[in-house]
Every structure is written in structure tokens, then in C-alpha cells.
Design a protein around this ligand. Sequence first.
Ligand SMILES: [Zn+2]
Length: 309
Amino acid sequence: MPGKRSWRKLVKKYQRQRRRQRCAQERDHEQMQRELDPAYQIWMQQQAELEEFQRLAAERQQQDMEEAWLRREALAQRQFRVDLAKRRQEEAELERLREQQFQELAAREKVQRERREERQRMVQEAAAEFEAMMQRMHDFLENAEQRSPPPDLQRVAETRPEEKPCEFFTRTNSCRFGLHCTFNHKRPMLARILLIRHFFTHPLLHSDVHKEYATADADLELNERDLRNDYDEFFADVVPELEKFGRILNFRAVRNTLAHLRGHVFVEYEQERSALRAFINLQGRYYASRRLNVEFSNLKTWRGAVCGM
Ligand SMILES: [Zn+2]
């Protein structure tokens, strides 16, 4: 059995329910009343129109946003395509340059290789030519009955036959421009005079040392004597050796401090064959630990070529 308290609780609950139902009924009634009111109906209509308007506005806004997005997207796509085309063009250009560089490098290398081969070929040819010439000289020397040398030994080698003769080379058999000289250098293949380049060496023949030494007359005199003594020693040393090949008419050393003339020695033999014998024998020989550089000379006068000694 429910007690007194729980009974009251039940009653209260029932009363609350009743109250709520009543309220709802009243509200429904009020609502119905309101809906029947024309003003309310107009208001409702306006509300509906407003809502519709707002819905349309929102829709349009959404549409605008979508269109804007599409436009941006299309723009981005186009930009992307432009960029891609540009990048491809740049890459193609880069590739073209790389290819061009490669071609140029290959062409340069080819030219260098050809030049190297050409130089090598010329060196080989010169060596072969030299060998052949030495052989002809030997043959001529061996054959005592043969009066005059073979034609190719009577030849005069010219560096630039079409140009004027080089004044320096003609006078001294030396030219500081060497093979780069624009004038013609003529050398005989055979002659009575031999030129041995830089044969006599002495510190005083180096101009800078000479200047340094020549501070006082006493020193100068002393050095002159020193140079003379050394030269006499050199003369006594080499002349007997050179006389082994034949009678010598002249032995002259160039007393000049210029690098391309320094210490040059001219040896004039009485006989061409003696000079030839000396030439062949001195090839590849060393003097004062320097390899001898021997050639034939067509010097006309000593005055132009030789100063002093
Ligand atoms: Zn010259």
C-alpha cells in the first residue's frame, strides 16, 4: 500500500500533467485564433517572401562564389600551362646551349688533336729528313772521288722564300725572332764555316752581371782580364779538338751580351769536307755539360757578326 506521502506525490504529478495539457490547449487555441487574423496572414506571407528572398540571395552568392572559384581555377590552369610551356622552352634552350657547347668543345678538341698530329708528323718528317741528310753527308764524305757535293747538299734552306732576306740573320746568322721572323732566313746545307751556338759561356756575357761588375774601372779591368783568361782557356781546349777535322782558317767568338747571340762561335775550315766532317762528328756531342748546336753558316764578313775576340 502506498503511504500518505507517496499518495500526495502522485496527486501532484497528476495535477502537473493537467496543467500542462491545459496550457497546450490554450496555446493551440491562441495559435488558431492568430492564424485566422488577416494581419497575421500578411505578416506570414511577408515572412515567407523574405525567407525565399534570403534563400535566393544565398543561392546566388553560392553560385557567384563557385563561378569565381572556377574562374580562378581556369586562370590558374592557364598560368600553369603558360609556365609549363615557358619552362619547357627554357629547358629546350638550355639543352640547345649544352649541345652547342659540346659541339664546340668537340670541334676544338678535334682541331687540337689534328694540330698535335700535324706537329708530330712534322717532327717525324724533320727527323727523317735530317737522318737522310746525315746519310747523304756520310756518303759524300766516304766517297773521296766525288768532287762536288750532291745537289741537295748544295741547296740553301729558306724559311720564307717569298719574303726579303732578314737583315739580322744575313749579318749574324741569328735572329731573335727565330722561326717567327717575318723575313727570310737562308741557311746553306753545306759550307766551309760552322756556327756553334752558345759555345763559349761566361758570366760576364750576361749583360745584367756585366753592369753589376762594372761599377769601378779597376773592377772592369779585372773582369776583362778574367774574361780574356777564360776565353784563352776555352780556345786552348776546343781548337785542338776542332783541328782534328781539318785545317782551320778562322775561329771567332761573338762577344755580345744579347741572349740570341751570346757565346756563338764561328769556325772557318779551309775545306768544305773538313767542315762537314766536324759537323757530323759534333752532332749530339756535349761541351761543358751542354749539347752542341752545330750548323753551317753562309756568313759573308766577320765584321757584322763578331764583336771583339
Ligand atoms: Zn729574322
